[in-house]
Design a protein around this ligand. Structure first.
Ligand code: HEC
Ligand code: HEC
Ligand code: HEC
Ligand code: HEC
Length: 380
């Protein structure tokens, strides 16, 4: 028997989780693979790649600073240095196991604590606690984020694979509840994890992330809806039993047995993961297949994003010009809000179409149709 203390895991230490590992445990190998997340340090600026974003996000933090995701080892560093404003602790929801533990101890009040006073006490990134709570030794998957537990807790293991549900605690669209700033998701079960249903949810509660000054449109900012895309209409893999972990965590061998590497990576980087794709994709060159899907989706994205940017300019001009009644403008604003939501839902999904190109293209087609409808409402 060997005593293992998790120096890496501040939350586990807080919870008194020094544990006894059986001889022959794979835990040390798991820990080592977890530390490799520091290798994923690369990020690109979306604002430089796609300049039209600065225009469509005008008036919101994402117009100032918006880069692609990088590894789990960098979440705290990145939230600390982003130029987007973060007044409240709710920004820490998906960044650190320390905060998740605090929410579970204090309840929803924790979300409205001040960011600046809490941040220095946050030490751990996405940690063991995030996905295992105190069941670390046997690797049992546990939902630790209160809003995910409330929304899909009863479907975990029964409709939603645990190794999808735990990732979906953060890889999801979310919002802050107006009454107490607590983090929440705009769905209540797997059936309502859908862009149109989520928009209806926000419309019904009259929610907007911000009202854009030049257009007056109450806009929404979608954020990384990976769980919705992987489980939603048009997806093939989840229905065939593949989880996020199957594609992003390779199976590795330690002296004392096999384990899931906790280094989260693109499947294209891993020979071991690519071998599992071959069970169905046979002789297909997977990199070529993935990149072809992404190239097609990204090209459509640019096309639709530029049209959206033009709609925004035209609406801003109409607002400034004074020829339109508020009713006429509101009609166009509603279409603007809808189009931007569907565009964004595709844009901010991190796989660039690879998870579910059917849904990605449907979002872009819907956005484009709504943009066209809005453009017809202008008088000249
Ligand atoms: C507690 C929140 C949280 C959980 C749970 C979580 N992630 Fe993440 N993940 C993040 C955040 C935040 C980022 C973006 C980090 C950044 O850019 O600073 C991220 C980034 C990633 C990346 C991008 C890495 C890169 O180098 O581009 C992958 C892949 C990923 N996560 C996969 C997963 C998988 C698979 C699971 C479930 C096994 C999971 N995540 C669970 C919060 C989480
Ligand atoms: C982002 C979510 C996530 C985080 C963070 C995480 N795990 Fe896991 N862990 C998983 C998943 C997914 C599995 C695989 C479960 C399965 O295949 O059913 C797993 C499996 C395990 C297992 C079982 C053995 C194996 O590898 O299959 C152990 C032990 C384990 N994790 C320990 C840890 C420790 C220790 C930490 C912190 C250093 C940690 N985990 C952090 C998601 C996570
Ligand atoms: C069938 C395999 C598969 C499944 C299941 C899957 N992914 Fe992916 N994922 C991919 C591929 C392929 C890419 C694109 C990789 C690339 O561009 O190199 C990707 C990209 C990503 C990225 C962008 C970062 C990166 O490394 O490129 C994140 C984040 C991510 N997936 C998270 C998730 C989460 C969370 C789930 C579960 C809700 C999930 N994935 C389920 C295959 C999968
Ligand atoms: C259980 C069988 C199975 C496995 C395993 C599997 N796939 Fe698939 N995949 C399919 C089927 C079926 C389709 C739909 C037909 C097609 O496009 O080939 C598909 C489609 C895809 C697509 C196109 C998705 C879209 O929406 O356009 C990508 C990309 C992909 N797979 C990547 C992967 C990667 C990467 C792996 C390994 C990590 C993998 N698949 C493992 C069965 C599988």
């Amino acid at each position: 028997m060997r005593k293992l203390c998790f120096a890496l895991s501040a939350a586990a230490a807080l919870a008194g989780l020094c544990m006894t590992a059986e001889a022959g445990s794979v835990l040390p190998s798991v820990m080592e693979s977890y530390e490799k997340n520091a290798d994923n340090s690369y990020s690109v600026s979306y604002l430089e790649e796609d300049p039209y974003l600065v225009n469509i996000y005008e008036g919101y933090g994402f117009a100032k600073d918006y880069g692609s995701a990088r590894g789990h080892a960098y979440v705290l560093e990145d939230v600390g240095k982003t130029e987007r404003p973060h007044a409240l602790a709710n920004c820490l929801t998906c960044k650190t196991a320390d905060f998740t533990k605090l929410v579970n101890d204090l309840g929803e009040d924790a979300y409205s604590l001040e960011f600046e006073s809490l941040f220095p006490d946050m030490h751990e990134n996405v940690g063991c606690y995030s996905c295992h709570e105190d069941k670390i030794a046997d690797g049992e998957l546990v939902l630790t984020h209160d809003y995910t537990l409330a929304a899909i807790g009863d479907e975990m293991g029964d409709g939603i694979a645990p190794a999808i549900a735990v990732c979906g605690q953060c890889h999801t669209e979310y919002y802050f509840k107006p009454e107490n700033k607590a983090t929440n998701v705009p769905y209540t079960d797997i059936a309502s994890m859908d862009p149109a249903a989520e928009l209806a949810y926000y419309d019904e509660m009259g929610f907007a992330d911000w009202v854009q000054e030049s257009t007056g449109t109450p806009l929404l900012k979608a954020q990384h809806p990976e769980i919705e895309t992987v489980l939603g209409e048009g997806s093939v893999h989840a229905k065939m039993g593949l989880s996020c972990a199957d594609c992003h965590m390779e199976k590795a061998e330690a002296e004392d047995g096999s384990y899931k590497s906790h280094y989260l990576q693109s499947p294209l980087n891993s020979e071991a993961i690519l071998e599992t794709c071959a069970a169905c994709h046979k002789d297909t060159d997977m990199a070529e297949k993935v990149h072809a899907v992404q190239a097609e989706v990204t090209a459509r994205e640019t096309e639709v994003g530029e049209k959206l940017s033009a709609l925004k300019d035209k609406l801003a001009e109409a607002v400034a010009g004074g020829e339109y009644s508020e009713e006429e403008l509101d009609e166009i604003r509603k279409l603007h809000r809808t189009a931007q939501w569907f565009f964004d839902y595709d844009y901010v999904e991190n796989s660039e179409g690879a998870h579910n190109s059917t849904l990605a293209k449907k979002c872009l087609d819907t956005a484009e149709a709504v943009i066209d409808e809005a453009m017809e409402k202008f008088k000249s």
